[in-house]
Write a protein that binds this ligand. Structure first.
Ligand code: APR
Length: 232
């Protein structure tokens, strides 16, 4: 018998207890910034230094933090299940924790790419500034999906979610599409577990939805233990 497939959709709340700010909570990341100024192609064209410095700050912070018990519980899940993480997060905390299959919908903070060739991608952990160029002399940019840009991994993510026996959604306000639309790709008979201390979704919104109003660190390890009870 093959292992049951668990798909986990995560958002900024997954990394909150590791010390990384979410976007839309009180004093969240977007609170101090105009999204279009620091996370859009127009913003990058208008003031590239501002955008590069915004991501330099986030990259420097990521070098200082570690996965939390929620990330680690999702790794434990792999002993009994076939687990795919589909994350909106650009941090690499799922990878640091040891998750073996992670799909990043909104890009990766520790990667940069050519402004002229989106397939020219480099691992990058230090500050990125104007003058850092690709082999043809074109400026490098954060390998992040900015507002208004395509989400190239969405088809892959939808395909994965359609195979789910169980869907877990952790730490996302479900306000940004197409990522938030993934919930609709889960098979109707697949149970959905929604972990968020301030959930803005109700159990009555979906047939098989269980809302767990807890943080990732409080809620995910317990949920994982519960799922071990259902493993084949
Ligand atoms: N544990 C679990 N969830 C938490 C925690 C925690 N400790 N703290 C906060 N949350 C929840 C909040 O209640 C909220 O529902 O995490 C969610 C964070 O929502 P957002 O800040 O909107 O983050 P996210 O949903 O990931 O944003 C999606 O928007 O700005 C874009 O590209 C960016 O990927 C991001 C996307």
């Amino acid at each position: 018998m093959s292992k049951k497939k668990i798909v986990v959709l995560t958002g900024a709340g997954m990394s909150a207890e590791s010390g990384l700010k979410t976007f839309r909570d009180a004093n969240g990341l977007w609170e101090g910034h105009d999204v279009m100024q620091v996370a859009s192609p127009q913003g990058f064209a208008q003031n590239p230094e501002l955008v590069l410095e915004f991501y330099n700050q986030r990259r420097r912070q990521l070098l200082e933090v570690s996965p939390n018990a929620g990330h680690l519980a999702l790794v434990d899940l792999e002993s009994h299940f076939d687990v795919s993480i589909v994350t909106q997060n650009v941090d690499n905390l799922h990878e640091q924790a040891g998750s073996s299959h992670v799909v990043h919908l909104h890009g990766e903070l520790f990667k940069v790419r050519s402004t002229m060739d989106e397939n020219y991608v480099l691992e990058w952990k230090e500050d990125l500034v104007l003058g850092h160029v690709d082999k043809n002399g074109h400026q490098l940019r954060p390998h992040i999906v900015w507002f208004g840009e395509m989400v190239p991994m969405m088809d892959v993510a939808a395909e994965i979610t359609q195979q789910a026996d169980v869907l877990m959604i952790i730490g996302t306000s479900m306000q940004v599409y197409p990522a938030a639309g993934l919930i609709h790709y889960a098979p109707t008979e697949a149970p959905i577990y929604f972990v968020d201390p301030r959930p803005n979704i109700r159990s009555s919104d979906f047939r098989n939805l269980t809302v767990i109003p807890k943080t990732a660190v409080e809620g995910v390890p317990t949920l994982v233990d519960r799922l071990f009870g259902t493993a084949l």
